[in-house]
Ligand binder design. Sequence first.
Ligand code: ATR
Length: 278
Amino acid sequence: MSQSLHFAVFGHPIAHSLSPQIHQAFARQFGIALDYRAIDAAPDDFADAVKGFFSDGDSCGANVTLPHKSAAFALADEHTQAATRAGTANVLTRLANGRLSAHNTDGGALVRDLTYRHDLDLRGHDTLLLGAGGAARAVAWALFEAGVQTLTIVNRSPEAADALADMIGEPARVHTRYWEDLAGIGSFDLIVNATSAGTLGQSLSLPFSLVGSRATCYDLGYGKSAFGFLAWARAAGARYAYDGLGMLVEQAADAFELWHGKRPDTEPVYQALRTQGS
Ligand code: ATR
């Protein structure tokens, strides 16, 4: 693509987003001079801000982060299967015909981070998914398709968990339990925290009994928002406890490839972010 094309990430707040840094680092791998900006849009202004951005003929694509992923899905003209399954989008791309396409790369990014960066063979894992919102919907499908043995979905509001399990429609492998029953549902090999509790500054009260002897615990968030869950996981004896920084870099790589037709090397970017303390 030409050097004058424009990209952005939309969020609220957005000042601390790592996406500009990640995309610039990817672009340097290929000698691409990138125009990638962070745009802060309050929820009421999001649709107009996106339309304004894409009204510029040089604007090709945008990443979308909290709290706009559902709104991004709603305003797009076309939706990939991954976006439709999640009901949310973290990537908006203007197609050649001018229509806006919504895509969700979060689920694939989680699976790649677990599988390739953390060397986890997901097949045969009894998996607990905490949450049933947009983030959980994106990763539930990806974990299921990656071959986890069972996927138990637990959400504070049970209706959302039931709806997600019903949508996947594989009752032998995917089922729900009540949040109130967490202490009595046994232990798991993989526990994924897809709730927004950490982002909201709230803590989850989870029993240690959930953590199996070889368990991996993963929080989709990173930085401060993941601290509480990861501290719980370590205290409960989890073998591995990971935050979602790797997933963030992987989802950015998917968007980069979609827009530039080139697959960046994520590892040096991930390591640099780790070193700088993200
Ligand atoms: P996201 O896009 O981050 O997934 P979301 O769609 O609003 O945001 O979903 C938030 C998820 O976090 C939901 O599963 C929510 O549970 P409810 O459906 O019961 O609201 C969950 N969540 C948020 N705060 C929580 C808390 N303090 N304890 C447990 N679950 C929480």
